[in-house]
Ligand binder design. Structure first.
Ligand code: PNW
Length: 450
C-alpha cells in the first residue's frame, strides 16, 4: 500500500472558468476565455463556460463532495474579472465575497484552501490594452494580488500565483488554440514570457504583505525524450526542454533566464524586455514549487511544416487516455529527480498541483490505475530524495476542458451537463481511501503577518 509522510496533503484541483459558470453575475466582467469561446470555430462544438458546472451556485454541495472524499486540500482559482471586472480599480465586494465564503466553507470542512490567482481568465479589458504583451498587465496583476491577499490572506494555506504560464504562452500566444488566440510574431514572445514572470514576482510581494502561507507558481512540466540521435534531434530536444521546463522556472529559482533564452529573443534587445531589478522581483524566495504533470514529450528535429523549431512525436507503447495522451507514470519520477539534479538546494518542496487523466466511464479503472501509478512514481521520487508536500489530482469533477469543450472528462465525479447531476466515479471511492489513509496533518501556516 502507499505510505506518505505525516503532513502530506492529498487533494483535488479545479479552475474558475472551467467550473463556475455565472459569467455575468455579481459584476463579473468578461475574460479572454469568454471572448474566445464565443468566437465561432475556437472550441469544439461551439461550447463555452457560460454555465460549465454551475459551481458558482452549487459550491456548497461541491464542497460537501470534497469533504466526502476526505481531501486535505482543495486547489481552486480566483477569477480575476470577478474581483476587478476590467482588471483595475477597486475590488467588487460580491466577487471577493464568493471566494471568502468558499474559503470559510473549506475550513469548516477541515480542508486546506489552495488558491491560484490566475488560471488563464484574464479580464478582456486588459487584453484590449495588449494583454501579457503589455508590461502594465504585470503591474495590474500585482494590484489584483494585493486585493485578494487582503481579503483571504489570513486563511489560504498555499498560494499559486500563475497556473501554467508556459501553456498559456505557447497555446494562447504562439499557436493560438487557447485564448487569447494569438499567433504572435517571434519578436513578441519574450515580452509575454517576461511579463508573466514579472506578474508572478509582483504577486509574491503583494501576498507577503498579507499572508504567511507558502507561495508557489504551478507550471506544466514534461520530461523530454529524444526521438533520434542526430545533432538536429538533440538541438530540438534541448530547445524544447528549455522552453517547457526551465524558461518559467530558472528565473524564479535561479534569478536568471536559462541558456538558450537568446534563441527566443529573435533579435529583440534584451534590455527592451528585462528592466533593471525585474529578476530580483521574479526570484524572490518561494516556499514550494507547483508541478502539473500529465505526460513526457518525445522531441525530434523540426519537420518544417509548422515553423516550430522542434517536432513533437507520438509516444507509442503506453496506454492512452481518451484525449490521446500517453500514460507514463515514471515520467513524474524522472522529472522530479531531474529537477533535484538541476536545482539542488534551490529546489523548494514540491506540490503536485495537477495530475490526472481524461476517461469517460463512471466505472473508471483507467483513472484508478493512472492515479495509483503516479502516486507510486511520486514515492519513488521521494525515496530518491525529492521533498514533496502534497498531491492534487485534476480534477474534482468533469468540466470545461478549454478548446475541447466538454468533450474530455477529467473528473473523479461525472457531471451531466444537461442536468448538472454529479455522479461519483469508481475512482472517487478509490481516491477516498487514499485521502483518508493519510497520516494526521500538522497545521500549515496561514496567519497574517500583521
Ligand atoms: C492543464 N497541453 O492544461 C490545465 O492547468 C487545466 O486547466 C486543464 O484542464 C488540464 O491541464 C488538462 O488538460 C493543459 O496541450 C492544457 O500540453 C494543454 C496541455 C497541457 C495542460
Amino acid at each position: 500500500m502507499l505510505e506518505f509522510p505525516p503532513g502530506f496533503r492529498f487533494g483535488v484541483s479545479t479552475a474558475s472558468y472551467q467550473i463556475e459558470g455565472a459569467v455575468a453575475e455579481d459584476g463579473r466582467g468578461p475574460s479572454i476565455w469568454d471572448t474566445f469561446a464565443h468566437t465561432p470555430g475556437k472550441v469544439a462544438r461551439g461550447e463555452t463556460g457560460d454555465v460549465a458546472c454551475d459551481h458558482y451556485h452549487r459550491w456548497e454541495s461541491d464542497l460537501d463532495l470534497i469533504a466526502e472524499l476526505g481531501a486535505g486540500a482543495y486547489r481552486f482559482s480566483v477569477a480575476w474579472p470577478r474581483i476587478q471586472p476590467t482588471g483595475d480599480g477597486p475590488a467588487v465586494s460580491a466577487g471577493l465575497d464568493f471566494y471568502d465564503r468558499l474559503v470559510d466553507g473549506l475550513l469548516a470542512r477541515g480542508i486546506d484552501p489552495v488558491a491560484t490567482l490566475f488560471h488563464w481568465d484574464l479580464p478582456q479589458a486588459l487584453q484590449d490594452q495588449g494583454g501579457w504583451s503589455n508590461r502594465d498587465t504585470a503591474m495590474r496583476f500585482g494590484e489584483y494580488a494585493e486585493l485578494v491577499g487582503e481579503r483571504l490572506g489570513d486563511r489560504v494555506k498555499l498560494w499559486c500565483t500563475l497556473n501554467e504560464p508556459y501553456i498559456h504562452f505557447a497555446l494562447g500566444h504562439v499557436q493560438g488554440i487557447h485564448a487569447p488566440g494569438q499567433t504572435l510574431p517571434p519578436e513578441g514572445y519574450p515580452f509575454v514570457v517576461h511579463h508573466l514572470l514579472l506578474a508572478h514576482g509582483l504577486a509574491v510581494s503583494a501576498l507577503r504583505r498579507h499572508s504567511r502561507a507558502p507561495i508557489t507558481l504551478a507550471n506544466n512540466y514534461s520530461p523530454v525524450w529524444l526521438a533520434g540521435d542526430t545533432d538536429a534531434d538533440r538541438g530540438a530536444a534541448l530547445f524544447y526542454d528549455m522552453v517547457q521546463n526551465h524558461l518559467f522556472t530558472d528565473p524564479v529559482l535561479l534569478g536568471a533566464y536559462p541558456a538558450g533564452f537568446e534563441a527566443l529573443l529573435a533579435g529583440v534587445d534584451v534590455d527592451a524586455v528585462v528592466m533593471e531589478g525585474d529578476l530580483d522581483v521574479i526570484s524572490q524566495p518561494i516556499e514550494a514549487l507547483g508541478v502539473n504533470y500529465y505526460n513526457p514529450s518525445l522531441i525530434g528535429a523540426p519537420s518544417g511544416e509548422d515553423g516550430l523549431p522542434f517536432a513533437r512525436l507520438p509516444i507509442e507503447g503506453y496506454p492512452q487516455s481518451a484525449f490521446g495522451w500517453p500514460v507514463v507514470p515514471d515520467g513524474l519520477r524522472e522529472l522530479l529527480v531531474g529537477f533535484k539534479e538541476r536545482y539542488g538546494e534551490k529546489l523548494p518542496p514540491i506540490w503536485i498541483t495537477e495530475s490526472g487523466t481524461s476517461w469517460p466511464d463512471v466505472d473508471d479503472q483507467f483513472r484508478i490505475d493512472y492515479i495509483s501509478g503516479h502516486l507510486e512514481a511520486l514515492q519513488a521520487a521521494m525515496r530518491a530524495g525529492v521533498e514533496v508536500h502534497g498531491y492534487c489530482t485534476w480534477s474534482l469533477m468533469d468540466n470545461f476542458e478549454w478548446a475541447e469543450g466538454y468533450g474530455q472528462r477529467f473528473g473523479l465525479v461525472h457531471v451531466d451537463f444537461e442536468t448538472q447531476v454529479r455522479t461519483k466515479r469508481r475512482s472517487f471511492d478509490w481516491y477516498r481511501q487514499v485521502c483518508t489513509s493519510a497520516a494526521p496533518r500538522p497545521d500549515l501556516q496561514g496567519e497574517p503577518t500583521g
